[in-house]
Design a protein around this ligand. Structure first.
Ligand code: GTP
Ligand code: MG
Length: 454
């Protein structure tokens, strides 16, 4: 069940697309949305976001009693416990959790026929709002941040990503611990509860510190690995989630990175060489997608997941041109890039999925964005032209120079072929005269190499 309040500062498109995005986010978690409860209001209600009447309506739909009672929530906490148990929660070693029956025949017209597993709210909830909503609905409640953290938690694969997500998750859960005592604490009775809570909070703090240390170690290892790749020329694909970065990566590198029509299909950076390989080769990084209202702790985790990519000399900013909210997605991506210190890296807009646009829409966009590349990642000839243009980006920095390479130093000539473009070779008495185009640093490197040999 999705819940959102249409506040006066959001226009209709923003409101619906945000809600649709939330729907896609929960579907990434494996939930099917059965209904959306929305309300026009000037502000969010302090107690439980929705007004009293709407809250009652929501309770009817979810099988809860629809108000923020004062009694200790007994039954309702099971949902939370179960979720935490499923998610491998760190605080509840109480494995003895009742699993409530699941029932699929939910009356969309709002009859009280079945329970829902999750109420996802498209606003940031305070711990007490979340708590109150859980009481009123009898279901587990997550806000957008909680949903996103949960996705990362379930899907992060690399050691580094998992550490970062765990830190974000604990930081998110810690304040919520205060107002929602876990089963373990309740068993200990009232007085003990307080002490146990203190203990739990301290445990969380210690654990966060521990994880941060581990993270530093993992990152040190990666720095070493990265420095081996440093000479390579690199570009990074960045952009909003589901824009088509991985699809483009696959097509450009002939690799089989994961592509899926779901949000946050990619959570780790992968690096592959452009294929067929130009000389010198160019590395392409595929990165995690951005999303609006990205939880702050995850921004930090994005930063480090993205660090590698940000060492790229050029960013291809991939945009889903067929998404009605592409403009705000573009703005969000730029903001986050700015925030993680990548605002200055040169970038090119790649308007993707143009196969989904009507010809006149495409024409209008071309006029608006004269410098952007317009492509479909599914069209091989578009991909080929992206490849050529990527090579072009690097060759644009080339300068031309002439070298004399003695006959006993022909190995240097073959190295030169590997790191730039040899445009002419003339065999003379004292060696091969080579007209060479490459990056200025590369030219300088060969100069000093040949000087030294003399
Ligand atoms: N029609 C069309 N669909 C595309 C195109 N490029 C990608 N898609 C589809 O868009 C969906 C998302 O593609 P991905 O490549 O996984 O997107 P991503 O940017 O890597 O997404 P995240 O990893 O979730 O951030 C998939 O269903 C793709 O098949 C395109 O040019 N045209
Ligand atoms: Mg991807």
């Amino acid at each position: 069940m999705l819940v959102a309040v249409h506040l006066p500062d959001a226009d209709d498109l923003e409101f619906t697309s945000s809600l649709e995005e939330l729907e896609r986010l929960v579907s990434t978690l494996g939930y099917k949305t059965v209904a959306k409860v929305t309300q026009n209001r000037t502000h969010l209600e302090t107690a439980a976001v929705l007004g009293e009447g709407k809250l009652k309506e929501l309770g009817d739909l979810t099988g809860g009693d629809g108000h923020v009672g004062t009694t200790a929530p007994k039954k309702k906490d099971k949902a939370r416990l179960r979720r935490e148990a499923e998610a491998g929660g760190d605080f509840d070693d109480d494995g003895d959790v009742d699993v409530e029956e699941e029932d699929d025949d939910f009356g969309v017209d709002g009859e009280r026929t079945a329970k829902v597993d999750l109420v996802a709210v498209d606003h940031d909830l305070s711990p007490s709002q979340a708590r109150n909503l859980e009481r009123a609905t009898g279901a587990a409640v997550l806000d957008r941040t909680g949903v996103i953290i949960e996705i990362f938690h379930r899907h992060a694969k690399s050691r580094e990503a998992r550490l970062q997500v765990e830190i974000a998750r604990l930081t998110y859960t810690a304040p919520r611990l205060r107002e929602s005592p876990s089963g373990k604490e309740r068993q200990r009775g009232r007085g003990a509860g307080e002490a146990a809570l203190e203990l739990d909070r301290r445990k969380v703090r210690d654990r966060i510190a521990e994880l941060k240390e581990e993270l530093v170690a993992v990152q040190r290892d990666q720095d070493v690995r990265r420095s081996h790749r440093r000479q390579a020329r690199r570009i990074a694909l960045v952009g909003y989630t589901n824009a088509g970065k991985s699809s483009l990566m696959r097509a450009l590198t002939g690799s089989d990175v994961y592509v899926e029509n779901k949000l946050f299909a990619t959570l780790d950076t992968t690096v592959r060489a452009l294929y067929p390989e130009p000389k010198p080769r160019i590395l392409v990084s595929d990165t995690v997608g951005f999303i609006k209202k990205l939880p702050h702790d995850l921004v930090a985790s994005f930063k480090s997941t993205l660090d590698e990519a940000l060492e790229a000399s050029h960013l291809l900013h991939v945009v889903d041109a067929a998404d009605p909210s592409w403009e705000s997605q573009l703005a969000v991506t730029r903001e986050v890039l700015e925030e993680i210190g990548a605002g200055e890296v040169p970038s090119t807009l790649v308007m993707n999925k143009i196969d989904r646009l009507a010809p006149e829409e495409l024409a209008a966009l071309r006029v608006r964005l004269p410098d952007a590349w317009f492509v479909s990642a599914h069209d091989p000839s578009d991909v080929a032209s992206v490849r050529e243009r990527i090579i072009g980006i690097f060759e644009a920095t080339y300068v031309e120079s002439e070298f004399v390479i003695p006959y006993d130093r022909q190995a240097v000539l073959s190295e030169m072929h590997d790191s730039g473009r040899v445009s002419a070779e003339r065999y003379e008495e004292n060696g091969v005269i080579v007209t060479y185009r490459a990056e200025p640093e590369v030219i300088a490197r060969f100069r000093s190499k040949l000087e030294r040999a003399r």
